[in-house]
Write a protein that binds this ligand. Sequence first.
Ligand code: 5GP
Length: 178
Amino acid sequence: MSVRGKEHLKVLIRRSAIQKRVQEIGKQITKDYRGQRVHLIGVLKGASIFLADLVRTVGLEVSLDLSSYGKGTRTSGEVKLSKDLDTSIEGLNVILVEDILDTGLTLGYLCRVLRQRKPKDLRIAALLDKPDRRLMKDVHADYIGFQIPNEFVVGYGLDYAERYRNLKDVCVLSLPPE
Ligand code: 5GP
């Protein structure tokens, strides 16, 4: 596909497949929580496009919040929340919406923090999952868009140095040798 400098992009998941899968996840959430309210928490910035599409496919009473953490994940997975939640999640059905589940360190840590705030239920929706990379074996997503191989991907919210988030397809990015 297109090239910027010597960076090369190859489509991995087409926009039509993403839209179809997001609809399916929304339907599943609607079924799982029938008659209840869900509180979706998007993890910025990567999950913003997935969250925006997903929330419109959920046929329930929905509230939204956003969280953000700083770069520089440590091996413990401990991350600094650079934007905490705006409201309490106590007693709520929370779904944490992430772009990609990789080693699982970040989500493992975020879930530990959120569980201390006593939600009624806490689940994870991840657009992409790289199971081969998982270090935290107990971290799994309840709703997964696609399992992908161990490649660096961009697009549909995912970036490389803040670029490529606006690509409609999920693409594998190859960088030139240093
Ligand atoms: P984990 O803590 O699971 O290793 O890392 C999750 C975070 O790493 C994701 O939210 C994302 O920000 C980043 N990440 C992991 N794999 C990729 C990838 O292939 N592409 C991009 N753009 N970010 C990734």
